[in-house]
Design a protein around this ligand. Sequence first.
Ligand SMILES: *[C@@H]1O[C@H](CO)[C@@H](O)[C@H](O)[C@H]1NC(C)=O
Ligand SMILES: *[C@@H]1O[C@H](CO)[C@@H](O)[C@H](O)[C@H]1NC(C)=O
Ligand SMILES: *[C@@H]1O[C@H](CO)[C@@H](O)[C@H](O)[C@H]1NC(C)=O
Ligand SMILES: *[C@@H]1O[C@H](CO)[C@@H](O)[C@H](O)[C@H]1NC(C)=O
Ligand SMILES: *[C@@H]1O[C@H](CO)[C@@H](O)[C@H](O)[C@H]1NC(C)=O
Ligand SMILES: *[C@@H]1O[C@H](CO)[C@@H](O)[C@H](O)[C@H]1NC(C)=O
Ligand SMILES: *[C@@H]1O[C@H](CO)[C@@H](O)[C@H](O)[C@H]1NC(C)=O
Ligand SMILES: *[C@@H]1O[C@H](CO)[C@@H](O)[C@H](O)[C@H]1NC(C)=O
Ligand SMILES: *[C@@H]1O[C@H](CO)[C@@H](O)[C@H](O)[C@H]1NC(C)=O
Length: 738
Amino acid sequence: MYLPSFSTALADSAFPFNWIHDTMRLFVVYLAAFFTVSPPTIEAQGSSSSGEYLVGLGIGDVTGPVVETNMMGYASLPQTDTGLHMRQRSRAFIVADASNPSERVLFINSDICMGDTGIRRTILSSLQSLYGDLYTPANTALVGTHAHSGVGGYLENLLPQVTSLGYVNATAAAIVSGTLKAIADAHNSLAPGNLKLGNTTLLNANRNRSPSAYLANPKWERAMYEENQDTTVTVLGFENMDGDATGLLSFFPVHGTSLYENNTLVSGDNKGMAAWMYESYIEPSSMPGNNSFVAGFIQSNVGDTTPNTLGAYCESPGKPWDGQPCEFEHSTCGNRTEDCHGRGPGFRISDFESNRIIGQAQFEATRTVMEDSNMTAVSGSVKSVHVYLDMTTYTFTLPNGTLAKTCPAALGYSFAGGTTDGPGAFDFVQGDNSSQSQNPFWEVVKRFVTPAPSEEQIACHYPKPILLNSGYNHQPYDWSPGTVDVQMLRVGQFVILVMPGELTTMAGRRMRDALRAKLIADGVLDNRAYVVIAGPANTYGHYVTTREEYSVQRYEGASTIFGPATLEAYINKYSELVPYLAKGATGMPSSNAAPPEQTSKAISLQTSVVVDNPPIFKHFGDVLVDVESGVYHAGDTVAVRFVGANPRNNLRLEQTFLTVDRQTDGGWMVVRTDSHPSTTYQWNRTSKALGTSTVDIRWTIEDGTPAGTYRITYYGDSKSLLGSISAFTGDSSTFTVG
Ligand SMILES: *[C@@H]1O[C@H](CO)[C@@H](O)[C@H](O)[C@H]1NC(C)=O
Ligand SMILES: *[C@@H]1O[C@H](CO)[C@@H](O)[C@H](O)[C@H]1NC(C)=O
Ligand SMILES: *[C@@H]1O[C@H](CO)[C@@H](O)[C@H](O)[C@H]1NC(C)=O
Ligand SMILES: *[C@@H]1O[C@H](CO)[C@@H](O)[C@H](O)[C@H]1NC(C)=O
Ligand SMILES: *[C@@H]1O[C@H](CO)[C@@H](O)[C@H](O)[C@H]1NC(C)=O
Ligand SMILES: *[C@@H]1O[C@H](CO)[C@@H](O)[C@H](O)[C@H]1NC(C)=O
Ligand SMILES: *[C@@H]1O[C@H](CO)[C@@H](O)[C@H](O)[C@H]1NC(C)=O
Ligand SMILES: *[C@@H]1O[C@H](CO)[C@@H](O)[C@H](O)[C@H]1NC(C)=O
Ligand SMILES: *[C@@H]1O[C@H](CO)[C@@H](O)[C@H](O)[C@H]1NC(C)=O
């Protein structure tokens, strides 16, 4: 670990950091130069096509620093990354009306935990300088897959930065550059095409992790559904004019928590796995991320879902309740939350096996829909609508005529207890009173904690007991968002509710049903209307439960930050915007002001790499522990250890830290990269004083791997004391797969 001393950190961080701004601007200038070389081609295509839509797809690498950086999702200080399982990607999907191509939507699905205001703002301003008014806040959606094994530190609000020791520029920059690359590829590939829609049921790939809260919903309402979680996989398929599939969007709710809180290898979790499986199924010989078929696996009403389908059990060695299911209402073991852990389907083997199973289930279900001949054609207008909504004081009328309002953000006590997917999240809360806090960032910001919520704030959030009155914390910058993005995208009869948070199962059903009914009642669509939820998107507004679930105050209710009327407020506002989705609708709805820019105020305590050195008499890339001799077979793992250097020196975006190479008549051929799930890359700083480190590369040989001679190559970059970065490579000895 790389914690800076507290006093330097404070001195360094006491001032606004304008360089982030400047850097982003420079970066946009750089990209603009890049795009002059490869001009947009959309104007040339226009309406000469015979398809109803123009469609374009792209993919880009968004993997931030894979070591020495906190991971995003579990909010666990010890979960600092140490290497790579699979790269995180952004996938971009553009659909334009062929007869009026400026009517278009840009849907970005990114293997990040959630969309973010600052990232979205930077992307939109880059798009403005690259493409003028084609991509706007209204038609561009930034949706996270909710992976909990990605690199952290990119969110603009303070609260999610606590465990990442503040803002991590390198993570944000990687997300922005990779997403812009994906968008550029989508934009430049825009061509006539068609869309189709279908669904299927997928059982045993998700489960409700807060069933006691779900039970608070009315009995008549629960009786309308067989399960306490949604089991529908909805697929929007993309086709070219030859009728060949070119990509898809697949919507299914399941938390990105297949990989546990104790995993430290960066990965896309189960959605990233499903996407890779689909893409490599279509293009088996493309390296990951170098595919043209793009498969987006989208999160929907994910709030109370878990991929830990076996249920939650006590891991309390020596206690009578060890191995028993956790207590039902509070998910505790002997009154403690820390010991209660959800178990995935691969539990007996590993969380990586669970991740594979849940990823594969989503892949197979989606494939079933795509390859079934009964998908429905999509037709009709391409429309979008977006407003900023100030959720701190939104006042509106409920359907029963009562006035309701939302509240400035606050988190309840159960928030600190975490979930069965990641118990005891935000442990820093318990450290807030201690002079020995483990977290230097918390030491910097804790003095800004608002003393106590007002009577009005307490009443507004009732019955939530307020733990963190984050909506009143604006110092050194906003702890939680106050203003969120309300957005809908329409492609023919298909409407995507782009949500700034995580809706629970029942909240999502209410939201979808209300909006579908409104679309039909307003004559925007007929009963073909098909409505899905995508999120957490654009701004992270935490959770959204039903009012009844809120009254139970489990983790999801405690994390419904704008109070008990949050869901009703969203239903009200989204419904109000439905007319803007009508064919030929014009005009702009009135909007609150955009949330304030905060990235320039961000505090960042992550220090840069000091120096890399090889041990005495060695060189970077030298083999320290070679592959074993003898013949390997499918299922075996080949391992090699190199003299390494810090991978933060060069993220190698769109490249790789390793290859597995096979000997052919024409020389060495790359057959695996660091993004294949069969390979892992692990870095270890063996001496901070000397600057030495090692890299371990492993390859677990898949079934069907051709027999032959192979080697493993490591690609590294070392930093000298003066700061220059030099690339190097290292090869293992050759080995035989029989
Ligand atoms: C922030 O990220 C950008 C893009 O990678 C990089 O050029 C810049 O040097 C970074 N700034 C700092 C202070 O690390
Ligand atoms: C699945 O699609 C069918 C046919 O369009 C539709 O009737 C059904 O409501 C869909 N299921 C869900 C859960 O939306
Ligand atoms: C369409 O195909 C899906 C997936 O195979 C299946 O679940 C569904 O029942 C089919 N619908 C009809 C109307 O045949
Ligand atoms: C990670 O956590 C899970 C769930 O608590 C546990 O079963 C597993 O043994 C842990 N793995 C390691 C390597 O500690
Ligand atoms: C990516 O694909 C392109 C075109 O298909 C090919 O020329 C290139 O070599 C591929 N790159 C890698 C790393 O496989
Ligand atoms: C848990 O708390 C309950 C109520 O306070 C108490 O009766 C019970 O003994 C506690 N159980 C354990 C194992 O501490
Ligand atoms: C209207 O609904 C709200 C929320 O469920 C409830 O609190 C209120 O009492 C209801 N008002 C009437 C007049 O029924
Ligand atoms: C905070 O510290 C004071 C003084 O040590 C102690 O009395 C109090 O119980 C602590 N509060 C919490 C929440 O730990
Ligand atoms: C990292 O290196 C240190 C020093 O050699 C060693 O003690 C430690 O076990 C290594 N960690 C791992 C995960 O290999």
